[in-house]
Design a protein. Sequence first.
Length: 319
Amino acid sequence: MACWNGRSADCRQCGRPGAHGDVDPACTTPRCDRDHARSVFRRMSDLSAPRAATSPIHVGVGGWTYAPWRSNFYPAGLVQRRELEYASRQLTAIEINGTYYGTQSPATYAKWRDETPEGFVLPAKAPKRIVAARRLAGTGHQVEDFVGGIAELGDRLAVLSWQFDRTRRLDLAELDDFLGLLPHAVRGRRLRHALEIRDPDVVGEDLLALARRHGVATVFTDSDEHPSFADLTADFVYARLMRSQAERATGYAPQALDRWATLARAWARGEDPDALPHAGRSDAVPAKEREVFVFFISAAKERNPAAAMALMERPGSPA
């Protein structure tokens, strides 16, 4: 196995599996030490070499600040303030999770925009204080304030994801009013929205019809802990994959990554794969090409960057 290249969670020097990003004490290969040093220098140089983002399929992870990634994803010695800059040149998307817990200043959003290359996207989770509000229809000012600030991301923004937790009992009439508050453009740019519904009691044909009427996507969550349904309700697909395994260097078995690559390409072609669970009829929407967002989230989080890059290396996936 080649020397560490920023995409393996094995021995940083010789690639021996199972070292979880540290240097295996059994590794004593001088040549590998030299290769490792060259590799770090080369990966640091990658900060000025953005990955081309021409595919309708965007692949990434949730967030970019996670301590274990500093031993199996980020080059040794990379300062924390440059982690987004580096990660955005290895992946084609990152879901901003921090906005769920607290919004940032417009200047911070502008900084994130400027640190990422053209074509890279930064979908963001909307604030919990909005989706947890007792009266959703009364959050118009909060929605306006949040969107006005995060608009500084410019064309990196792509999608806002609205996550409603299981404890948030939703009334579809109230949700209908809330969706009517969401702007579909900001500063002359299109703004799309995705709904992640974690209350299983509200998932069904009525929810899907409501989402289609407002042109918002329902998030496909591949997890046993949350409702998992892949119905198409908009002109894009938003998938969060939550089954990475710590014992696998790439988080998923090769066959599983092959399967997700096949499904992502099918979504991009406009297909509605029957192999995935649905809450309604799979023939309810016309086939048309769709933009696709795939994120590896939670589970064995330390493996998620490797899983994303392994998916991107599949034939026909974004390079």
